[in-house]
Design a protein around this ligand. Structure first.
Ligand SMILES: Nc1ccn([C@@H]2O[C@H](COP(=O)(O)OP(=O)(O)OP(=O)(O)O)[C@@H](O)[C@H]2O)c(=O)n1
Ligand SMILES: C[C@](O)(CO)[C@H](O)COP(=O)(O)O
Length: 225
């Protein structure tokens, strides 16, 4: 079974700040993008980037030198660009992953791949465990039932032909590829996500990512790899 991966990295990282897109910044001695690409190296990653970021991407990737594809103004458009780049020599399965999730444990990726042996689509998620409220103007306005609610993660995995057709048929924007798949009628299996598989989103997430990588790779916090 041929498996490929699309690492979407064309975002601007506005919420993270820091003067350059978060995927080119370092955590635990390596660029965020390099950590992510190393995790997906067994699955032939293509890296989807902003057209202005070619030099930064090449510097971050080093000797890995994955194929680079220009992305689009939305995540959905960037994924579509990655899918179209693979369509000439299509894999059986594609894993679609946020570059900003640079601490994904290996077992999460393995669980998605394993689920695709029996499902057209699979994605990791964590059940919501906190109580949920609605609020306005700094005041609680109500409570929300948390049962059956999940926090979505990536990699989201699909039969390649099914997700390519789903994206080609999709009109509009979506937060993730599970939404695109479901709009096309695909059933999506949930596999266990992990707290280490968080997305670097705000400024504080870089320190969290450094600690996670150092813990997972057996290096004491602060030691350069
Ligand atoms: N036009 C876009 C927008 C997002 N992404 C990618 O989609 C993932 C999830 O997006 P998010 O974390 O929201 O990243 P940014 O869009 O970079 O962040 P922000 O919204 O803070 O600008 C990231 O890996 C990002 O690079 C992309 O490839 N193309
Ligand atoms: C795809 C995603 O990572 C799933 O959790 C997420 O929807 C994309 O990031 P954003 O923070 O919603 O822009």
């Amino acid at each position: 079974m041929k498996i490929a991966s699309i690492i979407v990295a064309a975002g601007r990282g506005t919420r993270a700040g820091g003067g350059m897109p978060k995927q080119w910044r370092e955590v635990a001695g390596k660029p965020v993008a390099r950590w992510t690409l190393d995790s997906f190296a067994p699955y032939g990653p293509v890296l989807v980037i902003h057209p202005h970021d070619e030099d930064a991407a090449r510097a971050a990737c080093g000797n890995l030198a994955p194929p680079l594809v220009h992305g689009a103004p939305t995540r959905c458009g960037s994924v579509r660009a990655g899918l179209e780049a693979l369509a000439g020599d299509p894999p059986d399965i594609v894993l679609i992953h946020d570059v900003a999730r640079c601490c994904t444990p290996r077992h999460v990726i393995d669980a998605v791949v394993a689920a695709l042996l029996t499902h057209d689509a699979a994605a990791p998620a964590l059940p919501v465990t906190d109580a949920l409220w609605t609020g306005a103007s700094g005041m609680v306005t109500g409570v929300q039932d948390r049962s059956g609610l999940y926090r979505a993660q990536t990699p989201q995995g699909f039969r390649f032909d099914a997700i390519l057709a789903a994206h080609r048929a999709f009109d509009g924007d979506a937060a993730d590829d599970v939404a695109v798949a479901r709009a096309a009628g695909l059933d999506v299996a949930i596999v266990p996500g992990h707290e280490d598989n968080f997305k670097i989103t705000g400024p504080d997430d870089f320190a969290r990512a450094s600690m996670s990588r150092e813990r997972q790779d057996g290096h004491p916090a602060g030691q350069r790899l």
